[in-house]
Design a protein around this ligand. Structure first.
Ligand SMILES: Cc1ncc(COP(=O)(O)O)c(C=O)c1O
Length: 428
């Protein structure tokens, strides 16, 4: 069937259902352009100076961005860094986790949510997920807590919240620090509370794919002064740059170059002002698409995770029922991609299956983790979701429209209607 001129499906060289790409993301407006130009005109591109004075804790735009975040999240502190990954690493250090200590984490996330432990020579211990929200399953946490457990990293995945009440109860009981990775959930809530404000600290990523972007960038928020001081040190080579102290050229802890630039901050500020507006659009698009698929395509079930709070739909996931649809999941997604619809089968592989945990073992794993299992099978739910059930899209984001969402449904229907062609083409 591969070269059959009569083929209807694009995967078999038929005509594509959608011939033009989805609208470009991110949306960069006049405000971002003007703000970036102002920084260039001032010729102050970074202005972090590790001595007392106006730029002690960064330049004008860094402080403005941090203030915007403390106002929005109503936290005492916000510290701008140059990525979400830098925030995760700094959070691990600032929470007092030592080399050899253990950090509980989900296997279903971007790699940095777990490798931040390794950056500190600490040991990530994976907890399986709850298939209703794709985040850590609180019922599986306590069995993994040991004397060495010092922190838990909660990743609020795809735009919606983890089950924070249960998680906080366990963390309190065992005196472990809670780091909320909100890279995918800026502006989302759990029972009325903004994500990132529930644990000991929360962090965001402003990399280009995210709900708001500064190109690259991150923000850590907290009410804890000690965490704030350490994150500021980690950001700036560990040199004592704490407010109101003269420069001593003294590296007091190990630090890195995690400073955000003024340009990134300037763009990030203008984007962040639009966060609620962008999120509103995401919610409209995601709910529209979810409703339509729910009604029109039995066998593909939207997972909205919006019962416990506001979901801001960084990604919209669905559960795919291979028996009902009658097409293997990965083949369905391949055919959908060929029709011009960006969709993924699964998300990222469960993090413990990455080579860094096996053939290219990291130092901390060799020296401190003999007792920790990273084998296939340790988290069956995440493996089932990734390998068999989850399909997902990033396309529910402005400036996409309902018409773009209609194309997703139309292309899915086209594939299902032409199932026989698809299946027989795979045999030949
Ligand atoms: C859940 C999660 N955590 C952390 C990160 C890392 O952020 P960054 O790319 O800004 O380092 C990302 C994505 O990039 C993410 O999706």
């Amino acid at each position: 069937m591969q070269n059959n001129k009569m083929a209807k499906l694009a995967i078999n060289n038929g005509e594509k259902y959608r011939k033009h790409p989805f609208p470009k993301h991110p949306i960069i407006g006049e405000e971002e352009k003007k703000a970036a130009l102002d920084v260039l005109n001032r010729a102050e591109l970074s202005t972090f100076i590790a001595s007392p004075g106006e730029y002690f804790l960064g330049g004008k735009k860094i402080k403005e961005f941090e203030n915007l975040c403390t106002e929005y999240f109503k936290t005492k502190y916000a510290v701008a860094l140059n990525s979400g990954t830098a925030c995760l690493h700094a959070a691990v250090v600032a929470c007092g986790v030592q080399p050899g200590d253990e950090i509980l984490v989900t296997p279903y996330s971007f790699t940095a949510s777990a490798t931040c432990a390794l950056m500190n020579n600490s040991v990530p211990v994976f907890i399986d997920i709850d298939e209703n929200n794709f985040c850590i399953d609180p019922k599986k946490i306590e069995e993994k807590i040991t004397k060495k457990t010092k922190a838990i990293i909660i990743v609020h995945l795809f735009g919606g919240p983890a089950d924070m009440d249960e998680i906080m109860k366990i963390a309190k009981k065992h005196k472990i620090k809670v780091i909320e990775d909100c890279a995918q959930t800026p502006g989302a809530t759990y029972k009325g509370k903004l994500l990132g404000t529930i644990g000991d600290c929360g962090l965001f990523s402003f990399t280009e794919s995210k709900n708001v972007t500064s190109g690259e960038g991150g923000m850590l928020i907290t009410n804890n002064e000690k965490i704030t001081d350490i994150v500021r040190l980690v950001r700036n080579h560990g040199e004592a740059v704490v407010a109101n102290q003269p420069r001593q050229y003294k590296s007091i802890i190990l630090g890195w170059g995690y400073r955000m630039t003024e340009l990134d901050a300037a763009v990030g500020i203008e984007q962040f002002k639009k966060l609620d507006m962008f999120n509103k659009e995401r919610i409209k698009l995601a709910e529209y698409l979810a409703n339509k698929i729910e009604k029109e395509i039995p066998g593909i079930k939207p997972c909205l995770n919006n019962k416990n709070g506001k979901n801001v739909y960084f990604i919209l996931p669905f559960k795919y029922d291979e028996k009902k649809i009658g097409i293997p999941r990965d083949l369905f997604v391949k055919a959908l991609n060929a029709e011009g619809i960006p969709f993924g089968a699964g998300y990222v592989r469960p993090l413990y299956l990455n080579p860094i945990f096996h053939e290219n073992k990291h130092f901390a794993l060799k020296h401190f983790a003999e007792h920790v299992n990273y084998d296939k099978g340790i988290c069956p739910i995440v493996e089932k979701m990734h390998e068999k059930e989850v399909i997902l899209t990033l396309m529910c984001r402005p400036p996409a429209t309902f018409k773009d969402m209609d194309d997703i449904v139309g292309a899915m229907k086209k594939i299902i209607t032409n199932k026989e062609e698809l299946l027989s083409s795979q045999k030949s």
